[in-house]
Design a protein around this ligand. Structure first.
Ligand code: KIV
Ligand code: NA
Length: 267
């Protein structure tokens, strides 16, 4: 069964957690889908995590589309979210063109950061599903500092969340805000909230797959590392290198032979 917005909404209403995770390639998407991840994010986090960019600002719509295509091929059930990257939704028209491109390449919904009323309204008027993003906005805030810790800041985030829901967004990502604020926003909205570094009470959680697997070498308070990809992969590559250098690979098991009959004419 293909998961859709009503499935995700029912999870919120039944107090079942929504599981979201990023993926940028076919084999990872295949595994996430098989495991039952509800929403696969093809985020602009692809830039710093996969493409070696210095910042999210370098990510283009073509980058997202390219990775969306790969992810889409691996998915049969999960709902797929594509990020509209920095500078790709400056005007309602530009946003619509780019959102259509992401949908054409496999996204079910597009996400954009902040309260961009005219842009969001234009997308929704054209039947495009939109996910909001409040709290830390990586496309415009390079400093990864917790947002909404003061009364005034928290009040703004709550008001923005309510405004976004009124505009018609289908879900909301909350990034790097205090747990209490994550809970308040989640209770005030009828659409699902997906948190990253925003506490235990959002309707769902999302993490960057590199962080849960230990692909990107860093320790983040907001994440949990379930596998040491760096060490395991370095060991595997080292072993392969040694095997080739010491003629331990390939072995008899890995090769094909010719019949003696054919061979004798060649020698
Ligand atoms: O870019 C991304 O992957 C994201 C999520 C982690 C929220 O925006
Ligand atoms: Na993002």
């Amino acid at each position: 069964m293909k998961k859709d917005l009503s499935y995700l909404l029912a999870k919120k209403q039944n107090h079942q957690k929504i599981v979201a995770l990023t993926a940028y390639d076919y084999p990872t998407a295949l595994l996430e889908d098989k495991t039952g991840v509800d929403i696969i994010f093809v985020g602009d986090s692809v830039g710093t995590n996969i493409l070696g960019y210095d910042s999210e600002q370098e990510v283009t719509v073509d980058d997202i589309a390219h990775h969306l295509k790969a992810v889409r091929r691996g998915v049969s059930q999960a709902y797929i979210l594509g990020d509209l990257p920095y500078n790709s939704y400056e005007t309602p028209e530009q946003a619509l063109d780019n959102a259509k491109k992401l949908l054409a390449h496999g996204a079910d919904i597009v996400k954009l950061e902040g309260v961009r009323e005219k842009v969001i309204k234009h997308l929704i008027d054209h039947d495009i599903k939109v996910c909001g993003h409040l709290g830390l906005l990586p496309q415009t805030q390079q400093q990864k500092r917790v947002q909404g810790k003061t009364f005034e800041q928290a009040k703004t985030i709550i008001e923005d969340a309510i405004a976004l829901e009124k505009l018609g967004i289908s879900m909301l990502v909350l990034e790097l805000i205090p747990e209490e604020l994550g809970q308040i926003v989640t209770e005030k909205l009828s659409i699902p909230t997906i948190g990253i570094g925003s506490g235990r009470f959002t309707d769902g959680q999302v993490l960057i797959v590199n962080d849960i697997l230990g692909i990107t070498p860093r320790k983040l308070k907001l994440a949990k590392t379930y596998q040491d990809y760096q060490t395991l992969t370095a060991q595997a590559i080292q072993k392969y290198k040694e095997d080739v250098e010491q003629n331990l690979f390939p072995t008899e098991e890995n090769v094909w032979h010719m019949a003696e009959e054919e061979l004798k004419h060649l020698r």
